[in-house]
Design a protein around this ligand. Structure first.
Ligand SMILES: N[C@@H](CCC(=O)N[C@@H](CS)C(=O)NCC(=O)O)C(=O)O
Length: 237
């Protein structure tokens, strides 16, 4: 299929999942249009889309794809150069396992800590996040990682999956003074590589805009907590 229009990505700037696909498109040199969706007041017209109202959603003529990992695999298959996946089958399996671990471990841990509006949970959530970062250090060491990208000499799909969290760590620093512990040298080296990558830089939201958007969410979540409502903020909540 060759579409007549540019791909459109429905996204929210706070959403790390959306940013993963923006990075993948940028790495391929494919220009896209973006439509910002207000996740607090999602418009009715958006709720009828195939993603059921969640972002990211990729639309290209009649094609709609959601789930960031599916979108990114599709991008890599549709525009094979430069490749985002390794060619070696063992490394391809390792790639998918890292993304699955990322989605179940570090990603929800950082979302829960960032969006926490119940101070009595602060310490436990910080500890859980640091545990995941420590596990990340262990996994990087087991891969023989010292610095640079997760695989190869340029950004790949694991990097594109991880980078958006590192970009959004500015929220953890801004609101709570949380950063990656200094002794986690491999994690810091990986983070530093990713936040400096030109495709990540080109697609990252302005930090001030991001902080303002998080402030808005935290207010909404705070009001819900005062009213006694538990609002899920991450996978597994
Ligand atoms: N597994 C999905 C997760 C996407 C996700 O959680 N998106 C959030 C925003 S960051 C969302 O749209 N939540 C509202 C909903 O799912 O209804 C992916 O990888 O794309």
């Amino acid at each position: 299929m060759e579409a007549t229009t540019r791909p459109t990505l429905y996204r929210a700037i706070t959403c790390n999942f959306c940013h993963r696909s923006e990075i993948a498109f940028a790495a391929k040199g494919i220009e896209i249009d973006t439509v910002d969706i207000d996740l607090v007041n999602r418009p009715d017209w958006y709720m009828t889309k195939s993603s059921g109202g969640s972002v990211p959603l990729l639309e290209w003529d009649d094609l709609e794809i959601h789930q960031s990992h599916v979108i990114n695999e599709w991008i890599d298959e549709r525009w094979p150069d430069p490749p985002l996946f390794p060619t070696d089958p063992d490394e391809r399996a390792a790639t998918r396992l890292w993304i699955e671990w990322w989605n179940d471990g570090p990603c929800p841990a950082y979302e829960r800590r960032l969006m926490n509006v119940r101070p009595e949970r602060d310490d436990a959530l910080t500890e859980a996040l640091v545990d995941h970062l420590t596990e990340m250090e262990r996994r990087l060491e087991a891969r023989g990682y010292t610095d640079g990208y997760w695989h190869g000499e340029s950004i790949g799909v694991v990097d594109a999956t991880a980078a958006p969290m590192w970009v959004r760590f500015c929220g953890l620093r801004h609101f709570y003074g949380i950063d990656v512990p200094e002794h986690l040298g491999r994690v810091r080296a990986w983070r530093d590589t990713l936040v400096a990558d030109p495709h990540v830089v080109a697609t990252s939201p302005d930090e001030g805009e991001l902080i303002a958007a998080y402030e808005g969410y935290l207010k909404v979540l705070g009001r819900a907590a005062e009213a006694g409502t538990e609002v899920p903020v991450a996978k597994g909540d």
